[in-house]
Ligand binder design. Sequence first.
Ligand code: HEM
Length: 363
Amino acid sequence: MSTDRHTRLGPLALIGAIVLLFIAAFAWAAGWIGARRVNGGDVIAALEDNGGKHPGYRRAHAKGLCFSGTFAATGSGAALSVAQALARGSYPVIGRFSLAGGNPLAGDGRNVFHSMALLLNTPDGQQWRMAMDHTPIFPVADIDSFLALQRATKPDATTGMPDPALIQPFLAAHPEVRAFQDYMAKAVLPDSFANAIYYSINAFRFTDRAGTARLVRWHFVPEAALTGLDKARLDRLPRDHLLREMTARTAKGPSRWHLQLVVANPGDVTDNATVAWTGPHRTIEAGILTINAVSPEETGACRDLNFDPTILPEGIGLSDDPLLAARAKAYSSSFSRRAAEGAGPSAAGGAMDPETARRETAR
Ligand code: HEM
């Protein structure tokens, strides 16, 4: 082969290799090659199989109550992040209390979860969305385990209760669930949405003005004293007890929570939501959340929002916890479906909120 031919073939071979690389990357991203990756649709299918299909409703945390209020930042959180929400000032908030599970008609006497979702708007046009539960840890650490959990806890058609024959093998294969079970066995189950602590559970990366990044978990501590539901009589609780209680309470006056930012110690596990951070931690009181109005989700502003916890302002980013990416996919699939179904609380044909629409288009 002449040197001339070598010189001509060299660039052609390089272009060919680059094209092949692009095709392989596209096929991988599309899931055509390599191990099949779980997508948002898989999660929604598993949730629907467990909780039933309820068109127009969220596929998890289907039962909820919208609220609005303000977040008054102390300014102390600015030591951890440049997010404007943590600079001293008062910012409007829209949120939603909910109970976990895919059935919007289920009773309120359930162990997991009492939850709070928040959307914090700041004048710089940025948003901080959160979805928090009343437990500091989650039962599982990754998406495959989450799917297995949904399958294992599917209510039996005759008893309406989870089937021990499904749960036992799941627990044997997932010893990490034990920490959550132990926590729930001892925990007081809040008798109001107003007196629960709400935890981010996942860690997030906060970056300060000097560019220093730290991993942080946060929680909102209520001013209302914690009193518990009678766990032995949960099935006797009137169906919408917690929603009604919060509505009646708010008619009498606002409820408040204090946002605590907890900085990871060296050695804390930051990529596994089943592991608690124990012992003393640097903790910053970042502000006070005040909720002064609630409304049913059929008509409230929270209905057409996707409280995707990966929509974050500058200065707060994702940690290496794999649950976060899984949550983003699942919340997006759930949102797209319920918004398109023209039934349930979304019957008015809920328009996609602009930030979700932007992300859906970019996907
Ligand atoms: C740290 C763990 C988690 C927490 C704290 C959490 C919390 C929440 C909360 C509070 C909501 C209600 C949001 C609202 O009121 O609109 C919610 C909804 C939802 N969650 Fe999670 N969740 C967690 C993990 C997961 C995981 C692992 C999945 C599945 C991969 C998942 C799937 C969903 C879905 C599909 C919705 C409905 C979203 C919508 O239609 O707007 N969650 N979650």
